[in-house]
Design a protein around this ligand. Structure first.
Ligand code: NAD
Length: 420
């Protein structure tokens, strides 16, 4: 079974569990249990040595009953249709939970980006955008960065998309992607948005549950966009980073690792391996780190029946999508470890993507204080609703979050009915 299939099984189990818990109407349940559209494209791109290579990519549009499809684009060698289905489904729940006028989608190119030059990645990205054609669009389906994709990739998508539509429409289509460079219509604060959201929520949780962040300890899996921004923003709060793991291995230092220093090192060395101010550790030792908080910000299915018993923390704040499977969830619950679920915890990225989309539509440019203040307000409101719903139903926060998201979708289906 592929990793993607396991991830999709997890999203399906989470959905079924919540649907049963809240007695979701059977018709709505049937509709939401499958993605609306699944696009697979096989396309050629020319490599630097003149050879032509074929690539496979996916865009899954799970649901758009609340607004245009919205979701990131991932470059990863193991991306498959099931993984993209799962990630698209989580996007539908996330946008519904945090009250955005968007649906859920996700895309992925099956590629190891490290094997290609910047020029090759540009040609691959542009040719993929061309192959998608009108399957994306500013009022239809709006990609954004995810694993191994960044503002530069979004800039190439933007430029290619604008080049293939009529010239008269170009100026009003900049919102076809979010997470763009600021000079090209991106929003201030989008680069750090997901990490910023994770930190706002941890701060609020710490206040509610009596954890003094000054002097507290945490560890992070993943030191890319989400992980490194989260760590850098935890530093001014006085929290100490005691272990980090990325694709190149794990590092521990009970005296603390400086996120800014590690960030500079990782940028220079393309990863955290051999960082001289910490010791290397194996994966199990990393997961067993004694700390107040664990922040998974890399891959899916990391906290499972096998690994959940290793954790020695009070809180798991899910920066990644789907880091905990349903067995892992059960064990964390039994052990009294609190979870800030992914569809809440990492929603800062899509919230600021929405702000970018709005700024582009209105030809506005908001300052960073405005973006941060609006992000804080939206996320904390969602946090309060999840807390209140979980208490009302005496359930865990993931189920509470699902109940809110699914209720919103159910009410829209009730109102609109099913055509014809
Ligand atoms: P990224 O590509 O910037 O960083 C990924 C990090 O994970 C890297 O440090 C990489 O080395 C590490 N990693 C990869 N394989 C690993 C392994 N086997 N063990 C340990 N670490 C490993 O990606 P990102 O944008 O930071 O995304 C990370 C997670 O956050 C993903 O689940 C993504 O879907 C989710 N997410 C991202 C955003 C966003 O705005 N970028 C928003 C919401 C959720």
């Amino acid at each position: 079974m592929s990793n993607g299939t396991r991830v999709y099984e997890n999203v399906t189990r989470q959905f079924n569990r919540a649907a049963e818990f809240m007695n979701l109407e059977p018709d709505v349940r049937r509709i939401l249990s499958e993605p609306m559209n699944e696009i697979t494209v096989n396309f050629p791109a020319i490599l630097d040595d003149g050879r032509v290579e074929m690539f496979t990519a996916y865009r899954v549009q799970h649901n758009n009953v609340l607004g245009p499809f919205k979701g990131g684009l991932r470059f990863h060698p193991e991306v498959d249709i099931d993984e993209v289905r799962a990630l698209a489904t989580w996007m539908t729940w996330k946008t519904a939970l945090v009250d955005l006028p968007f649906g859920g989608a996700k895309g992925g190119i099956q590629i190891d980006p490290k094997q290609y030059s910047a020029q090759e990645l540009e040609r691959i990205t542009r040719r993929f955008t061309f192959a998608l054609g009108n399957n994306i669009g500013p009022e239809f389906d709006i990609p954004a960065p995810d694993m191994n994709t960044d503002a530069q990739i979004m800039a190439w998508i933007l430029d290619t998309y604008l080049s293939i539509i009529p010239p008269q429409e170009r100026q009003r289509c900049y919102h076809v992607v979010t997470g763009k460079p600021v000079d090209l219509g991106g929003s201030l604060g989008r680069d750090k948005a997901t990490g910023q959201g994770v930190v706002y929520l941890i701060e609020r949780w710490a206040e509610d549950y009596g954890l003094d962040l000054a002097g507290s300890t945490y560890f992070i899996q993943g030191f890319g966009n989400v992980g490194s921004w989260t760590a850098r923003l935890m530093k001014p709060l006085g929290a100490k980073l005691v272990a980090v793991e990325d694709a190149s291995g794990a590092l521990v230092n009970p005296d603390g690792i400086d996120p800014d220093d590690l960030g500079e090192y990782a940028a220079e060395h393309r990863g955290t391996a051999d960082y001289p101010k910490a010791s290397s550790a194996d994966h199990r030792t990393f997961l067993s780190t004694r700390a107040d908080i664990f922040i998974p910000a890399a891959l899916e299915n990391q906290i499972t029946a096998e690994t959940a018993p290793l954790l020695n923390v009070r809180l798991v704040a899910e920066g990644a999508n789907g880091p905990t499977d349903t067995d892992g969830d059960r064990i964390l619950q039994e052990r009294g470890i609190h979870v800030l679920p992914d569809i809440l915890c990492n929603a800062g990225g899509v919230i600021v993507s929405y702000f970018e989309w709005l700024q582009n539509k209105r030809s506005e440019f908001w300052d960073l204080e405005e973006v941060d203040a609006k992000l804080h307000k939206k996320l904390i409101r969602a946090y309060e609703r999840v807390k209140q719903k979980s208490e009302e139903y005496a359930t865990d926060w993931r189920t509470g979050a699902y109940v809110i998201a699914l209720s919103r979708l159910q009410s829209v289906y009730r109102g609109r009915g099913i055509f014809p």
